[in-house]
Design a protein around this ligand. Structure first.
Ligand code: GLP
Length: 241
């Protein structure tokens, strides 16, 4: 595991964006696993800047998003479809038919999970999976539990996760109760994982995830078993390491 700590958000964002754009420059057909949440926003901004300077093109790349809420419209500002459009897809040249997100409004959610699994299987392997980290150690929406699911599945969000994400909604009641998420099997199958964490409030979970016991009660701890993980931290998030 390669852990890099940055004094400023700018440096962290540039490093994260540099890794992703560098990959796509050398392999234009790269398959990217993308994440949402507050953490990657600055990285996406840097990617858009590089794209605008003509340094990178995503027209032959493919992307898979980790997760999507169940039951909010795709054009709801807090849906992950809308997030991706707002922060990345609306600004760079990804081909719409090669940007995949789970559909949290599918009539049959089980079938939707199977469809997403099949798409991932057809893509063979994600070259780089970008990940944020939940305060309880979740990755994607794989919440702590006595066992974890390998493939894409429906999850009931933990109260703490809904509380954490309530900042994006008008009130906690509006935060969806369920989501679809890629499973830990698909995440761990990626060739490389880029985990990004910021802020003092995540220092404890960063320490547990990276140095604590490997347990499904902290899904991110499973990343310790992966052969190629790069972790980008700000000094606050890395202060207990
Ligand atoms: C969210 C997402 C995750 C994200 C995590 C941390 O709920 N499902 O993919 O990594 O929680 O979010 P944030 O970056 O906003 O702290």
């Amino acid at each position: 595991m390669n852990i890099l700590t940055f004094r400023s958000n700018e440096e962290l964002n540039e490093a994260g964006a540099g890794i992703i754009t560098g990959l796509v420059q050398t392999n234009p057909r790269a398959v990217l696993g993308l994440a949402t949440g507050g953490t990657p926003v600055g990285i996406y901004e840097e990617i858009v800047k590089s794209y605008n300077k003509g340094m990178v093109s995503f027209k032959s790349a493919t992307s898979f998003n980790l997760d999507e809420y169940v039951g909010i419209a795709e054009d709801h500002p807090e849906s992950y479809h809308a997030y991706m459009k707002h922060h990345l897809f609306g600004h760079v040249d990804f081909a719409a038919e090669r940007t995949y997100l789970p559909n949290g409004n599918a009539e049959n959610l089980e079938q939707e999970c199977a469809r997403y699994n099949q798409l991932l299987e057809d893509a063979k392997q994600i070259d780089l999976q970008l990940l944020g980290l939940g305060h309880n150690g979740h990755i994607g929406f794989n919440e702590p539990d006595h066992s974890l699911v390998s493939g894409t599945h429906i999850v009931k969000l933990k109260d703490e996760t809904r509380q954490a994400n309530a900042r994006f909604f008008d009130s906690i009641d509006q935060v969806p109760t369920h989501a679809l998420t890629m499973g830990v099997g698909a995440i761990l199958k990626a060739k490389m994982i880029l985990l990004v964490v910021r802020g003092a409030d995540k220092a404890e979970i960063v320490q547990k995830a990276l140095q604590g016991p490997i347990t499904t009660e902290c899904p991110a701890s499973l990343l310790q078993t992966h052969p190629h993980v790069v972790v980008l931290l700000d000094t606050e998030a890395g202060r207990l390491l």
